[in-house]
Design a protein around this ligand. Sequence first.
Ligand SMILES: *Cc1c(COP(=O)(O)O)cnc(C)c1O
Length: 412
Amino acid sequence: MSISELQAPMRTIMTPGPVEVDPRVLRAMSTPIIGQFDPAFTSIMNENMEMLRQVFQTKNRWAFPVDGTSRSGTEAILCSIIEPGDRVLVPIFGRFGHLLVEICERYGADVHTIECPWGEVFDPQTVIEEIGKITPKIVAVVHGETSTGRMQPLEEIGKACLERDVLLIVDAVASIGGAEVKTDEWHLDGVIGGTQKCLSVPSGMAPITYNERIETILSKRKKVERGIATQEDLLFSRSGRPIASNYFDLSMLQDYWGPRRLNHHTEATSMNYALHEGLRLVLVEGLKPRFERHKFHETALIAGLEAMGLTLFGDPEHKLPCVTCVEIPYGIDGESVRKMLLEAFSIEIASSFGPLHGKIWRIGTMGYSCRKENILSVLGALEAVLIRHRAKVNRGEALQAALDVYTKPIHN
Ligand SMILES: *Cc1c(COP(=O)(O)O)cnc(C)c1O
């Protein structure tokens, strides 16, 4: 058998992740490997922590990446605070709410859920009333729900959780770096970000942050691996139950990312390089201008889609700026359209999950993929492919509408 050299096509990626990666991040990934305790590497780790604090808009001591895809960050936070029998409330408004339930259940939590139709979000008061009824230890909720393209307002929920001494854990995997995520101002106790979405770094890491309320729980459950424990570590009397997972034990990960530099896993060298360059680019652009860029290209995309005669899906008031959901026109095979976009134009858009599968397409405008030429390409190609599929669309309107947005003077 002869296998040829690795080859991957060039794609225009307009999905909710993984998205295109800035060439500077790809270049950073080919930086030579150095040891995990090399001072040159630990200083890169420290800089990553500092940049993550800025991106999470927090003064928390702890902000670092967990190695693994985004859900590893979710699992790390949840398994480190859940003890069997703990009550958790999960408001579900799409696929990733179900993921939170799934993770909590595996660690023995007593999970209560409320659901709203996909395409909508919760009135914060509904969640707050439910917190009053259930009196959970933890509320776990998604911020940017990519499966439906909606964004849940969190500020009031955060305030209510703080007042009632409930921990609020937030999946901000899709929103971090693309929309405001105000960890401290909104009183979010633990937040999970994603790399392969609006940060435009490959998948394989999950940046997280958490505050002292979670630190206090960790200090009661703290463990040091037997093979590397000192006499003092072995004598430590734990008042809480040890964390069920070794890999995701935040008390051990803290000792690795903190000044003690106690070995846990082997830190993912090239991914730390990628994260370093990805975060640096986010901060050079500036958070506010970056969020405005996502909104601006979203406006152009929506103008184009509507001019084509397509219908957007979901509650427009709570739209996630980096994901635009479009109803598949009646009688059109959504998968055939996606296939032709990929094969003829090298453009990838997404379908959706569960009740929305076959009903909507999802167009991502995240991070480095969120650029004018990409918006124009996807609009032009989608129109051509829909005409090819005999869909009724307004010919020639979409690109003109998007170009109108792009050529409009900004200050008027
Ligand atoms: C993509 C995504 C995830 C899952 O991320 P993985 O990196 O695939 O583990 C979780 N939550 C939300 C909201 C997402 O968009």
